[in-house]
Design a protein around this ligand. Structure first.
Ligand code: AMP
Ligand code: TRP
Length: 345
């Protein structure tokens, strides 16, 4: 059967994104996700969750999980997400996510999940020891998004494939249950200079929470000395900074540092290069970059510390957010169950 010309999704535009409470946030999370979260809250209704259900796909110490969940919520707010404008909540406090995820597990095909590169990266050679949840992780992510009929998802480059899967699930559900446009086909908002920040030790590996080397990443908890030290030691090559972007080709570490400078300063790479062309990295580029990082991240970590000093304030925001999120999710799940044919729905 060929589909007739598709009618665009007619519901309201809505943003959903999430970050896992699995450790200190780093510069990649900040530029790839948080900065975009803040920008979007002025444009449409936004929901930002702390994805604790995703976190437990790999072992998490229960006591640490609670405080890490509060930390991510604090980071959202410290970065500029305003709880009066956007809904901030823990994923596990909205059971509709898991309810929809089960239905989606019956929509998604094994072949689709077999193609997911993040699962392969996370498990390496030891696939048989991974949790089943780690395998179906992207299906839960699709449910996170579609349970709010979200249309826009601000994320880093590494999430592109999960967003494609989300669209495939939405499309198959709409088709199988003859509900054209019930679920929107959400767009990944990956664009921007911070979409893929690389490790400071290896310009070909992405900056990540799980890299064993702490020197590979700048975290939101690093103080000025730690930042300066990590930037001073950041890997570069012996050539001076080039005069144009063409000259960054084949120099991943140089490209990454210039990219970080551009993303944080709001300048283009060409503007940065115009300032530092011909100089060695250590001369003034690295000290200036370290200062810029301290200037941008310092206030965020200061505000995070202030917020975390009184967890009851964060808990109140999370509880209120969960209630608001459920009010949107519950009718979507109710309609989904009706479409599937469940008794009593
Ligand atoms: P995670 O820490 O895996 O929960 O990631 C949270 C968000 O940060 C997601 O939107 C990721 O795509 C984004 N992110 C993670 N690492 C990076 C990176 N190195 N560069 C840009 N964005 C990233
Ligand atoms: N998989 C995302 C990550 O590792 C986190 C995530 C879970 C997410 N659910 C989401 C991101 C829904 C966007 C939308 O970064």
């Amino acid at each position: 059967m060929t589909d007739p010309t598709p009618v665009p999704y007619a519901g309201p535009e809505r943003v959903l994104s999430g970050v896992q409470p699995t450790g200190d946030l780093h510069l990649g999370n900040y530029l790839g996700a948080l900065v975009k979260f803040v920008a979007m809250q002025e444009r449409m209704q936004c929901l930002y969750c702390v994805v604790d259900l995703h976190a437990i796909t790999q072992w998490q110490d229960p006591k640490a999980l609670i405080s890490q969940t509060r930390e991510i919520a604090a980071a959202y707010i410290a970065a500029g997400v305003d709880p009066k404008k956007a809904i901030i909540f823990p994923q596990s406090a909205v059971p509709e996510h898991t309810e929809l995820a089960w239905i989606f597990q019956c929509v998604a095909r094994l072949g689709w999940l077999d193609r997911m590169t993040q699962f392969k990266e996370k498990t390496g050679k030891h696939k048989e020891r991974a949790s089943v949840g780690l395998y179906t992780y992207p299906v839960l992510q699709a449910a996170d998004i579609l349970v709010y009929q979200a249309t826009h998802v601000p994320v880093g480059e590494d999430q592109r494939q999960h967003l494609e899967l989300t669209r495939d699930i939405a499309q198959k559900f709409n088709h199988d249950f003859e509900a054209p446009n019930f679920f929107p086909l959400p767009q990944a908002m990956v664009e921007g200079p911070g979409a893929r920040i690389m490790s400071l030790r290896d310009g070909t590996a992405k900056m990540s929470k799980s890299d064993p080397s702490d020197a590979s990443r700048i975290t939101l908890t690093d103080d000025a000395d730690a930042i300066a030290g990590k930037i001073r030691k950041a890997k570069t090559d012996p050539e001076p900074l080039p005069s144009d972007e063409e000259g960054l080709k084949g120099r991943p570490e140089a490209e990454n540092l210039v990219g970080i400078f551009a993303a944080l300063s709001g300048q283009t790479r060409a503007q940065i290069l115009a300032t530092y062309a011909g100089q060695g990295f250590g001369q003034s580029f690295k000290p200036d970059l370290a200062n810029l990082l301290v200037e941008k991240l310092g206030p965020v970590s200061g505000e995070m510390r202030r917020l975390l000093a009184d967890p009851s304030q964060i808990d109140a925001i999370l509880a209120d957010g969960a209630q608001q999120a459920r009010a949107i999710a519950a009718p979507v799940v109710a309609q989904t169950k009706k479409l599937v044919g469940f008794w009593g729905a």
